[in-house]
Design a protein around this ligand. Structure first.
Ligand code: SAM
Length: 212
């Protein structure tokens, strides 16, 4: 007997074949809400590396890209950040609001590839953890340009993605599409500067910090 293919693989393949890099995310969250699928990246807890990094926000504005079910956004809000979390999947945004009904976080449906103009250089902290890598490489340049555009002067941007150098790309099955070091460094554009770039999790992921 063969093991059934996970829903994220089946849905992403169809969505990508029809030219949509993002449609499958909402389809997956919707199937999960019905108990018919698992969302592989949901942990029910904040990202451990972000939890190690977090510093008091003192009312400064933070933007969480690909906010999913809200755990990273809530972590930052609990540390005094004024948080906007956005996701392209409306079902994820609804689920985050339902999980945290008293939350101070503003959860918004938005697309990194077409972000609201008022977010330009509006955030003191931008958190990008494993979302850009979830779209095919053809969308990478546009996604990184959007990302750099969010960061306010003197702000901090955190970027964490799977490190291509750690894996055998000959046998890798996407999504996700891992990053090279040069691609992480290319977030430094339009006045954004790289502060540090390290590998974490035994070399499997990059953790980079930027400022403007
Ligand atoms: C692999 S998950 C990572 C979620 C979370 N950042 C984490 O670290 O667990 C990617 C998330 O980004 C969202 N996403 C994908 N493409 C997006 C886009 N273009 N704009 C906004 N959100 C997007 C998906 O709906 C999903 O919630």
């Amino acid at each position: 007997m063969t093991t059934p293919e996970p829903a994220d693989r089946v849905l992403s393949r169809a969505s990508l074949a029809e030219g949509s890099p993002t449609r499958w995310f909402d389809e997956l969250y919707t199937a999960a809400a019905r108990g018919e699928a698992e969302v592989p990246w949901t942990r029910g807890a904040p990202n451990a590396d972000l939890a190690d990094w977090v510093e008091p926000g003192e009312g400064r504005r933070a933007l969480v890209v690909g906010s999913a079910l809200g755990d990273d956004s809530e972590l930052l809000a609990s540390q005094g950040w004024a948080v906007t979390g956005f996701d392209v999947a409306p079902t994820a945004v609804e689920a985050a609001r339902a999980r945290f009904p008293e939350s101070a976080v503003e959860y918004v449906v938005a697309d990194l590839l077409k972000p609201p103009g008022e977010w330009h250089q509006a955030f003191d902290l931008v958190v990008e953890i494993m979302n850009v890598q979830a779209m095919p490489r053809t969308f990478r340049s546009a996604a990184l340009t959007s990302l750099a555009g969010f960061l306010a002067p003197e702000g901090t941007m955190l970027v964490s993605e799977v490190a291509e150098e750690h894996f055998d790309m000959a046998t890798w099955v996407s999504p996700p599409w891992p990053f090279s070091r040069a691609e992480i460094e290319s977030v430094a554009q339009d006045g954004v500067k790289l502060l540090s770039l390290e590998t974490i999790r035994d070399g499997a992921r990059y953790w980079a910090e930027f400022t403007r």
